[in-house]
Design a protein around this ligand. Structure first.
Ligand code: CUA
Length: 661
């Protein structure tokens, strides 16, 4: 009986979604856009956008770069998934980036990008993003727009409440969504309660280089840690994580994890724990995880398998961790620019809980507690709560902010964005979105200084918004102008994969630092060539190493003989160009890796294992010049038993030998 009732409740949620999709039709027929919206998003040919927007690719595993306000797609940065367009994850140099304790994982589920900060503002140095499925955090350089580091998170599963940074990029956090045995072990699932744990991981970020290291892991109760945001300003030093399934259910979660009237936001005083750890606190536990770093001098990534992690039990650091009761099964956990308001959106409660940091500190001093959960004090709801926003819409998920005291919250079920005043707890404006919005993004939204101009809503369902493309329809983003009292819808643009969250920043904080070429003289790749005279082919047993160069519009060498069936051929290819925007590509017939797209000054390697005797061509894959179509060469492959020695030429000569004659 109980189950039937709950099923009806869930059905009600589902059907209101259908209604909202249908209901939005009305708005469409009237025309969603009015006034001069077109002018506001028009970026004339040759002009630049004012903002970068980085949208996560979800199950694509990547990070897409758009311009705002145009919504133009500039680049997809490969992060957690192989990408044959750029050779990422196929080249010998980039394969180590995808190494994990489970072996090489060629894909990922990327969720929440967050830009590095200095003094509470986004600084445009790096962008971090989490992988949800095989828990990892990546750091991407915003000078090269390339992934520079990926670190695996041990003792975690469903790395969802990640990868948000503190206001001076002291830490990036990674919180587990699924409670799991910590450390992993063989045990009955039904015994999870009290036995499974929830790892909240704090990664220290190097101030100069940006490199990450796991500073400590908190071994929290086995709840689901869904999302998080750092304190800032007055609450700097704290981190807040929303939780659900405080019931610790292990089956039919849609029902069994929705029993408690309230779940928690976990408030973590990381400064206090940092101090504890600095004084020798915590226990080193065995843990196997991959730490992959890119060396921009050697143009190569390496994997280090780490074997231990520092674990801190909440009970070891009294006064550092508290639970704030929050409306049923909250999803988003957001902190306003002043650091005073901590907002939990009860996705099953039609209610938003706004906590006060000032009240929280006082409640802790007064010990205004309502019992504890596994020894962690639960602060009395009234002692920490600033207020609630009742029924502002259905299915509140995420909130971002402007600098004028307003919050903007997405409502999945009623498909709308609601603007509300935080202090007055009053709704100011609401606008439908098409349809079923998840996250939203205001550039600088996770900082003290959000941009008051644009808001991007990322919608889960697109339905009729674009020309149909078979059963799969792209997901969609919608751009709003939020500079006025009322939100104005400006633009729809399609997205790649499923954009969960996004990060945005003013273009001038990045554009000027963007790398144009890699200097040849700085290239320390062991197989690099600095000029054509250095190109050669060397046999080492069954391995053949080709030290090859590319320049408009030929390869050196471009005729190679003496390769045999059963050999493994390494193409180590250096692009000798030193001009902006002159990449060359290379591909080889039958190669089971991908083509390579090689930037000026860079050396990259792919492998080819010829299976068939013959003379096989290779060619440049990137239209680099008027003679791009002539940029090609041949490799002669002889039988395994052949005695033909390795030889190589360019225009009949052996590269580097003419001068000696
Ligand atoms: Cu080089 Cu096309």
């Amino acid at each position: 009986m109980k189950r039937i009732f709950k099923s009806i409740f869930l059905l009600a949620i589902t059907s209101s979604l259908v209604v909202s999709c249908g209901g939005a039709e009305k708005g469409k027929s009237k025309g969603a856009i009015s006034g001069n919206a077109a002018e506001k998003v028009y970026v004339a040919p040759g002009e630049h956008d004012s903002h970068y927007a980085f949208l996560s690719g979800g199950f694509s595993g990547q990070l897409a770069v758009y311009g705002l306000p145009s919504g133009r797609l500039f680049r997809v940065i490969p992060v957690f998934s192989q990408d044959p367009e750029k050779g990422y994850g196929y080249s010998e140099e980039t394969k180590p980036m995808l190494m994990t304790s489970h072996g090489l994982i060629p894909w990922g589920d990327s969720h929440h990008p967050d830009i590095s900060q200095t003094a509470g503002s986004v600084d445009g140095r790096w962008i971090f993003i989490n992988e949800n499925n095989t828990p990892r955090i990546a750091r991407i350089s915003l000078e090269t727009f390339e992934t520079e580091e990926i670190i695996e998170i041990p003792n975690s599963a469903g790395n969802h409440s990640s990868s948000f940074v503190t206001e001076n990029t002291e830490y990036v956090v990674a919180g587990t969504r699924f409670a799991v045995p910590f450390p992993q072990r063989d045990m009955p699932i039904k015994d999870m309660k009290g036995e499974f744990k929830g790892a909240l991981t704090f990664l220290k970020v190097d101030k100069e280089e940006g490199t990450m290291n796991i500073a400590f892991q908190l071994r929290m109760p086995g709840f689901n840690y869904d999302l998080s945001h750092p304190g800032r300003g007055k609450s700097h030093g704290w981190f807040f994580f929303s939780t659900y399934n405080t019931e610790e259910a292990n089956s039919l979660m849609e029902v069994n994890a929705s029993q408690n009237d309230k779940d928690f936001i976990a408030a973590i005083n990381w400064k206090k724990i940092e101090e504890y750890v600095a004084n020798g606190g915590g226990t080193k536990m065995p843990a196997k995880y991959a730490h992959n770093t890119w060396d921009d001098d050697a143009h190569t990534a390496t994997t280090v398998m780490e074997n231990e992690v520092l674990v801190v039990e909440p009970s070891e650091v009294p006064g550092a961790i508290f639970f704030l009761p929050t409306a049923k099964s909250p999803h988003g956990c957001d902190v306003d620019p002043t650091g005073e308001y901590i907002i939990g959106n009860g996705k099953l409660a039609a209610q938003m809980t706004i906590h006060s940091f000032t009240k929280m500190i006082k409640a802790i001093e007064d010990k205004a507690f309502d019992g504890d959960a596994y020894g962690i004090p639960i602060i009395k709801f009234d002692a920490v709560n600033y207020g609630t926003l009742n029924q502002p819409g259905l299915g509140p998920l995420h909130t971002e902010f402007d600098t004028r005291g307003n919050g903007y919250t997405t409502f999945f079920i009623s498909s709308e964005v609601v603007k509300w005043n935080i202090k007055d707890l009053k709704v100011i404006d609401r606008h439908p979105v098409y349809y079923s919005v998840g996250h939203l993004m205001i550039p600088g939204g996770n900082s003290q200084t959000p941009d008051d101009k644009y808001l991007v809503a990322m919608n889960k369902i697109t339905k009729d918004r674009y020309l149909p493309t078979g059963p799969e329809v792209c997901q969609s983003a919608q751009l709003f102008d939020i500079s006025g009292e009322k939100m104005e819808l400006l633009l729809d643009f399609p997205t790649i994969g499923e954009p969960h969250y996004a990060a945005g920043i003013a273009a001038d904080k990045i554009a000027a630092n963007s790398v144009k070429i890699f200097r040849l003289e700085d290239n320390k790749h062991p197989y690099a060539v600095k000029n054509e005279a250095e190109t050669k082919v060397v046999r080492k047993g069954k391995e053949v190493h080709i030290y090859m160069s590319m320049i408009r519009s030929h390869f050196s060498p471009d005729n190679i003989e003496g390769v045999k069936v059963g050999d493994k051929v390494f193409f180590h290819v250096t692009n000798l160009e030193q001009d902006y925007d002159v990449p060359h590509g290379i591909s080889m017939i039958g190669a089971q890796t991908s083509e390579l797209l090689i930037m000026p000054g860079r050396t990259t390697t792919f492998t080819w294992e010829p299976k068939l005797v013959g003379v096989w061509p290779f060619y440049c894959t990137d239209f680099c010049s008027a003679l791009h179509q002539e940029m090609q060469g041949y490799i002669r492959v002889s039988p395994a038993s052949s005695n033909i020695e390795i030889s190589y030429t360019l225009d009949g000569d052996v590269p580097g030998e003419e001068e000696e004659l």
